[in-house]
Ligand binder design. Structure first.
Ligand code: SF4
Ligand code: SF4
Length: 692
């Protein structure tokens, strides 16, 4: 009981007992919240299936690390720290808000476990938390409202509403909530002091302490008004806040914890066309991919609700950087706006049969993605884009919406198993080249010829005149290290990594089956490849019965460690080297250190890392069929990448992927840097420098 001021539960307004109002307010507020949530879940129950409850222990651990621990937030330091302060404060203050709501109709209410000494400690903690939250929310409002960082921009051509005002409003509501608590407590502390009593322990410098001092000489009636007024405003604002959250981008406050818990656990793999339908039942499906909103899985819809609109994904997206018509966050915002419009809070829901492509999303937007994974590596709430984009492409491919420039390579893949449409027998041309064959013989595995290791070459390295050098260098290295290896030759088909990401699932399944049978028939015990795209799909998307797969950089790092691979020192080399992490080796498979270890084993090689390296590497722009795509863009991704290497002070860019090498070499020419910059594949550098 407050001995000096009337407590909220005892207060009356025009003779009406406020306890009744304070009891009805949460009843109505919670009922409204349940109603809104039920309406918001309506599209999810109509969505495609998506099993996400496997490995619950692992999911819980990841949720603690990434959602509760806010692990990814400090990747953007200042906003990350502000968010951590707000989130931590929010956790502490949620107990306080419940207490205040209950205090409205149960005088002197304390939550179970928060009485006595624990309650006093909690009281100090929540006073500090409230002050930290007030400062953090104030700074965040200034950042959003005054400095307006570029990554929150919504250009007019994006065709969406700018939701920034929601962020400012929510921050203002948070400030109101914590300030009300400070006023409520500060007025009571002042009244107690005036009555010669001792308030609870108050930490100097907190908002409560400040208001307690400001109110030191105020009259009792003034203190009473602040005490009851701030309580009233707190409780009304609290329920407004609660029901405002599911109305827009701050839905993430409710959905981000479950969204992180339900994250995709396996990297480097594209979701099946439809969960629950096995690869050999695909023929039975009426339709492929996502065409209308309800074709998305329920988890992908939850992603739309969970997007914070922080812009980190677009900030890291290479397509956005070169001004292609794609910003991943806009996909989420457009789809969330679509859900809110077609599944309104009042009246009938009206799902639309209108295809998403052409209404809210555009063909170019969806084809602009290189599936590099930068957006997913950055998103603090683990929103998935690649699976959604591939699902949309599946629908577009089925409806014949394939860009002109990609139609020819696709037909060639269907007919010849490679996008160039070259004859199967030409696949091993690199190994039969006279000069090369004179020094290195490569076995072609068949019924009569076997080997322990398969070198899986894949299409670009087999057919591109320049990239054939990677195949020859890989073969030289394997030979020099005494590896018993061979290739599949004509029996090898394109690995299908890009075909799948392009949305051609049936063709991918065909290529996978043919390669799997050829590999099984070869009897090899392990597979090595110098192409990260082949590495990714063989390792993650082919049957588990396949022998273990290594990228050549992993194989080389092992041999460096064992001392079998030694290098000649670089002769007085003045150049600085940098390593470009290929997306399908780094982000999709976490192979970052092995290629660097190999480079660092070469005496005299001076290496720097670009700022945009490892999981923040910048896509070269040519993954798979995108090599053939002619998108609308202001600049080539490769040119930007070369610029990044130059900024880091490097003049030699080492890659470990044929696609990267094609793009970077091309970009060096486009940028007019021939003679000043150079690109080389790791296998080429190792073959040149190894001691044999
Ligand atoms: S995968 Fe890469 S290109 Fe595609 S949206 Fe994400 S960041 Fe952009
Ligand atoms: S998808 Fe993730 S990174 Fe992108 S704006 Fe939304 S929350 Fe931020």
């Amino acid at each position: 009981m407050n001995p000096v001021l009337t407590a909220p539960a005892e207060a009356t307004f025009l003779g009406f007992p406020m306890a009744v109002f304070y009891f009805l307010l949460p009843v109505a507020g919670v009922a409204l919240f349940v109603y809104i949530m039920a309406r918001r879940m309506a599209p999810l129950v109509r969505a495609a299936p998506d099993p996400r409850l496997d490995h619950p222990g692992e999911r819980f651990r990841l949720m603690l690390k990434y959602a509760v621990g806010q692990y990814r937030h400090p990747r953007y330091l200042l906003p990350g720290l502000l968010h951590i302060a707000l989130f931590a404060g929010f956790m502490v203050l949620s107990l306080r808000s419940i207490t205040l709501i209950m205090t409205g109709f149960v005088e002197g209410y304390t939550l179970p476990g928060l009485g006595g000494m624990t309650g006093e400690i909690y009281s100090v903690l929540k006073d500090v938390a409230a002050t930290v939250v007030l400062i953090a929310a104030g700074l965040a409002m200034i950042r959003r409202g005054v400095f307006k960082p570029e990554r929150y921009d919504v250009p007019a051509e994006a065709g969406i509403r700018d939701h920034s005002w929601e962020a400012v409003l929510v921050l203002a509501l948070i400030c109101t909530l914590v300030t009300c608590d400070m006023l409520f407590e500060g007025s009571l502390d002042a009244a107690l002091r005036q009555a010669g009593e001792h308030p609870e322990l108050v930490v100097p410098g907190t908002g409560r302490w400040l208001f307690g001092n400001l109110f030191a000489t105020a009259s009792t009636s003034t203190l009473q008004a602040w005490h009851l007024g701030s309580f009233f405003v707190h409780n009304v604002v609290f329920f407004f806040f609660l029901n405002f959250l599911p109305m827009g981008k701050h839905f993430h406050v409710i959905t981000s914890l479950p969204n992180v818990f339900l994250m995709k656990l396996k990297k480097g793999v594209i979701k099946p066309v439809r969960w629950g339908v096995s690869d050999d039942q695909l023929d039975e499906l009426d339709s492929f991919g996502v065409k209308k909103f309800e074709d998305f899985t329920w988890k992908h819809m939850l992603d739309f609700y969970s997007c914070v609109d922080c812009g980190r994904c677009a900030d890291q997206c290479p397509a956005y950087a070169v001004k292609r018509p794609l910003a991943p966050r806009f996909i989420s915002i457009k789809c969330r706006d679509y859900a809110f419009e077609h599944y309104p809070l009042r009246g009938d829901i009206h799902p639309s049969d209108e295809p998403l492509i052409g209404s809210i999303l555009s063909e170019d937007e969806i084809w602009s993605c290189t599936t590099c994974g930068a957006c997913e590596a950055e998103c603090p709430v683990f929103i998935e884009y690649i699976d959604k984009i591939v699902d949309l492409r599946r629908g577009m491919v089925e409806d014949g919406m394939v860009p002109q420039s990609l139609q020819k390579p696709l037909r060639a893949l269907e007919k010849r198993g490679n996008p160039w449409g070259k004859l199967e027998k030409k696949r091993l041309a690199w190994s039969t080249d006279k000069e090369f064959a004179a020094e290195c013989q490569v076995k072609v595995l068949d019924k009569k010829t076997s080997a322990e290791t398969l070198y899986f070459v894949d299409s670009i390295t087999s057919y591109d005149d320049r990239m054939q050098s990677i195949a020859q260098c890989t073969a030289r290295i394997l030979t020099a290290l005494g590896v018993d290896f061979g290739i599949l030759g004509r029996a090898e088909k394109d690995s299908g990594n890009e075909v799948r990401r392009f949305g051609e699932e049936m063709l991918f399944q065909e290529l996978k089956t043919q390669n799997t049978e050829a590999i099984a028939a070869s009897g090899v015990r392990r597979i090595v490849t110098a192409d990260p795209h082949a590495f990714n799909t063989l390792k993650n998307e082919y049957p588990d019965s396949l022998p273990p797969v290594q990228h050549i950089s992993q194989f080389l790092a092992e041999r460096v460690r064992s001392g079998e691979l030694k290098f000649k020192a670089l002769d007085a080399d003045e150049r600085i080297y940098t390593y470009h992490d290929p997306c399908y080796l780094g982000r999709h498979n976490d192979v970052y250190d092995d290629p660097r270890r190999v480079l660092d084993a070469i005496a005299g090689l001076r290496r720097v890392d670009m700022r945009e390296s490892r999981d923040r590497s910048f896509c070269c722009g040519g993954g798979g069929l995108m090599l053939f795509y002619e998108p609308e863009e202001e600049q080539r991704m490769g040119v930007l990448r070369v610029e990044m290497a130059r900024k880091a002070g490097a003049s030699v860019i080492v890659t470990a992927c044929p696609f990267c090498l094609v793009n970077i070499e091309d970009a060096i020419k486009v940028a007019g840097l021939e003679g000043k910059m150079e690109a080389i594949d790791l296998a080429e550098l190792v073959a040149r420098q190894m001691e044999v």
